[in-house]
Design a protein around this ligand. Sequence first.
Ligand code: SAH
Length: 220
Amino acid sequence: MSSTRGGIAGIGMTSARTRDRLVERLRAHGIRSEAVLSQIRNVPRHLFVDEALASRAYEDTALPIGRGQTISQPYVVAKMTEALLDGFEGEKVLEIGTGCGYQTAVLASLVKKIYSVERIPELLRRAKQRLRDLDIYNVQFRPGDGWEGWPKYALYDGIIVAAAASVVPEKLLDQLAPGGRLVMPVGAPGYQELMLVTRQRDHFEKKSLGGVSFVPLVHN
Ligand code: SAH
């Protein structure tokens, strides 16, 4: 029974049960990392979508966040985070495509420092504000083109890209530390493979984690 009055407070009243249900669903779909599942339970996803959609925030579905962009499906956020952090060593993560900041918030307490790049300043401004409201301070944001990465703070131990391209941008591979892991949807518009790329001593090892559908990594 969810109250429609009271906005966020109304959602808050039902959220423990609805969040648990989401976590159980992700577990049933194969998410194993308890650390990741507990972040999915803890991060208030309803604060990352428009109030009109808040009642759907704990469904396992992507939702619009304005400017033609979407907040990723929780399963995909969990899957990407789990893949990035499995055997992760180090502390620095580069995120491309901040969007509403939900993925950033899920990752924030699992790593030491996140550098996050978003091309739409308005989305970035709102994401920054949300993370501040949630007392998340280990993220540095930058408006910019994800194809370029963020050379200033490279190398990164992990790189997570929330938008799709037909190839992994060369500059992102250059900015990945030895032993580092990159997770990104690669393929045609509408359907991509979620790829995990690990930087070995003298080559990049690639593995597909299954099919996904992301908005494009726009060429500026
Ligand atoms: N991480 C978000 C999902 C973001 S959707 C979440 O947690 O739900 C993908 C985002 O990538 C959009 O906000 C889009 O504006 C951004 N994006 C697309 N192309 C980009 C580029 N070349 N550089 C930086 N950001 C880009």
